[in-house]
Design a protein around this ligand. Sequence first.
Ligand code: ADP
Ligand code: TRP
Length: 335
Amino acid sequence: MEAALTQPAVRGKRILSGIQPTGAPHIGNYFGAIRQYVDLHHENDGFYFVANYHALTTVRDAETMTRQSLDVALDLLACGLDPARATVFLQSDIPEVMELTWILTCVTPMGLLERCHAYKDKVSQGLPADHGLFAYPVLMAADILAYDSDYVPVGQDQKQHLEVTRDIATRLNYAFGQEILKLPEPYIMPQVATVPGLDGRKMSKSYGNDIGIFEDDASVKRKIMRVVTDSTPVEDPKDPSTCNAFQLFALFATEEERAEMERRYREGGVGYGEVKKQTIELFHRLLDPLRERRRALERDPDFVRDVLRQGAKRARGHAAEVLERARTACGMPRL
Ligand code: ADP
Ligand code: TRP
């Protein structure tokens, strides 16, 4: 059904990723990250968590935090994670990660964090940044390193954080003279590393240019019809590589559908209205089963809580082992 994706086959590995509960996930999250979570969890040990401590850098309301956290967990299950196979949990249920964060903090140079884009962008806009935003990449490193993760499926915007994670792990291993932490690899799909939003910039909740995976039909239609295009007449040839409407279409199309549309673009005779209407149909073809599953899951709120409880139990067991290794290496064994 979907366009073929190229990445080396990964089997029998620990896959880990996190997503912040900062709002409803969009198709940039889906193609850039969540679809890889699902694809990889069948033949690997998938650990996926709701990064609520990271969201605390922006969400300042308890009720919103709780609701959004449970919602994101539900979204992940609706997207196809099988709770019998994947370990799905809340970051805040794993206190070992916080303890590991401090150990990592002590080997993290200030300069490394000063170069990280979230903090740098805020400071360059003259906005006040708090310590949480500055230290954010160290917490993310602990999230990853606490489970001996092999691969971390993310979008391109998280690549820098993966480099920082590897750097910090190397420093701890070097400082204490042993292989304490395992170095993870990013898992980034080149074609969908940065999914564009309605206005052509990176799709992001914070830019308001996103289309939600679970958004209602009318608003999906309205948004896709609103995608920014130029004013080339229908009959003129067009360049698909610079067209936002084509990029969106291509996400949902099969290889053949994409090639056919590309040919019609170059020949001329296809209008943006037609491309957008087809995109709406393809959106529903791919995502309606997920949307249906979400409606079914919503009817049983206890289910998601149970999944998260079980997930936390399993994840804690692994994090405790890694933390013990790190504590012992630093000279802090349990007496
Ligand atoms: P947002 O930028 O909308 O707040 P998040 O930070 O919650 O999204 O991202 C969750 C995951 O989705 C991360 O792995 C991130 O790299 C990926 N992601 C977010 N936006 C995009 C995008 N436009 N294209 C590809 N991947 C994305
Ligand atoms: N920083 C990630 C984001 O904004 C979320 C995240 C937190 C994460 N911890 C992680 C992603 C560990 C991968 C692995 O999208």
